[in-house]
Design a protein around this ligand. Structure first.
Ligand code: ADP
Ligand code: MG
Length: 382
């Protein structure tokens, strides 16, 4: 774990970091996000002691890093910057293997690791091992930079806007590859970016910084849904949630007290409730609030004279028409909900948890209102 305890940094009188406290768990992918000059690089470079705090403490796995030898510390930390930092007079192989060789690791192991890493970043080892940086594109060089950072099995990898100079397609590919590598190797990654979309895509948690202080430190989902203050709100922009519609979940948009009836209610009474509430279907539950089905008004009307209970009607219809009652779980996204409305030709979708308990209901009007917001917001931005 990396811990910052009230870390500040002054240059002359200018305070560029103000009481930064934060913790990063092992294996976590954290993005430091903010405008240029807000202090991201300063925070990052403090972790490998390229910059020393003016006050406060930084601990790695509980140890105060000011008491750890610089070289020893950096051995456990990979570092990737925008201008790759590859040595121009060394080949790809020499660049990647430099540190492991200095550490006199086993030759065979080093070689295998190099092949494995090149494979992970999508470069064929035979084609690249003997090239010099100048013989490769910017994207390829950056891939090598990443491979080199991982070569030494570091616990922590620091990345300072590593993709910002790349074209969008290469950037997207490298982001995907980085996520894959981290998923396999489980290193802790601290990644600086000023690009909110990049942070949302990559991070387990995002730390938003402004003028040297932390504004919000939370999951992308929480930041998008509940920006802590005006700065964060403006920074992420209001359209942003729609760029990640998978983060809009059924439980965020459902109504939580839909009209329900018990299965032992007589069907004609259920019909009367629907007429009274002006709804065209009613959710049927049992006393444990478990979801049993959706009874629509037309069916209730048809059966009204037979003195059946709602439960009996549902059962009959299930058998007769092979009805399946569609529902979504609270965590499913609005995209899943829309898909289900499409498949089932209904806009009324109950939200049911893993214990089959009814949580809420999504209706046509909720879906339309939510989708209309997206439309209105895009208009505002033009
Ligand atoms: N060596 C330095 N001397 C004086 N000011 C510095 C120095 N390094 C950085 N700064 C200032 O500290 C602030 C934060 O810088 P930095 O961490 O590089 O920002 P970011 O990486 O977020 O763009 C900036 O205002 C920058 O001008
Ligand atoms: Mg910077």
């Amino acid at each position: 774990m990396i811990e910052f305890e009230e870390v500040s940094k002054y240059y002359k009188k200018k305070k560029v970091l103000k009481d930064v406290s934060l913790n990063i768990q092992n294996g976590e992918f954290v993005c430091l996000l903010g405008l240029s000059g807000c202090g991201k690089t300063t925070i990052l470079k403090m972790i490998n002691k390229l910059i020393t705090p003016s006050s406060g403490k930084i601990l790695i796995d509980g140890k105060d890093i000011s008491k750890i030898n610089d070289i020893e510390l950096r051995r456990k930390i990979g570092y990737v910057i925008q201008q790759t930092g590859l040595f121009p007079h060394m080949t790809v192989k020499e660049n990647i293997e430099l540190i492991p060789k200095l550490q006199k690791k086993d030759k065979e192991k080093i070689k295998n690791k190099t092949y494995e890493l090149l494979d992970m970043i999508g470069l064929k080892a035979e084609d690249y091992l003997n090239l010099y940086p100048s013989q490769m594109s910017g994207g390829q060089q950056q891939r090598i930079g990443i491979a080199r950072a991982f070569a030494n099995d570091p616990d922590i990898i620091l990345m300072d806007e590593p993709f910002s100079a790349l074209d969008p397609i290469t950037r997207t590919n490298l982001q995907d590859e980085l996520l894959e590598i981290q998923d396999k190797l489980k290193n802790t990654i601290v990644f600086v970016t000023h690009d909110i979309s990049e942070a949302i895509k990559l991070a387990d948690r995002i730390c938003i910084i402004n003028e040297g202080s932390i504004q919000q430190y939370d999951t992308p989902e929480e930041i998008l849904k509940h920006p802590a203050n005006d700065f964060v709100h403006n920074f992420i922009g209001k359209k942003r949630i729609w760029e990640s519609p998978e983060l809009i979940r059924a439980e965020d948009i459902m109504m939580d007290n839909p009209v329900t009836c018990y299965d032992n209610l007589q069907c004609f009474k259920a019909g009367a409730i629907m007429a009274d509430k002006k709804i065209d279907s009613i959710i049927v539950i049992n006393k444990k609030r478990e979801f049993l089905g959706l009874l629509d008004a037309r069916r209730a009307l048809k059966e009204r004279n037979k003195n059946l209970t709602v439960g009996q009607v549902l059962k009959r219809h299930k058998e007769k028409y092979h009805l399946k009652f569609t529902y979504v779980s609270p965590e499913e996204s609005i995209l899943d909900v829309l898909e289900k409305t499409d498949e089932n030709d209904t806009y009324t979708i109950p939200v049911v948890d893993e214990n089959n308990k009814l949580m809420g209901l999504i209706t046509k009007s909720i879906l339309f209102t939510t989708l209309k917001q997206k439309y209105d917001e895009s208009e505002d931005d033009e």
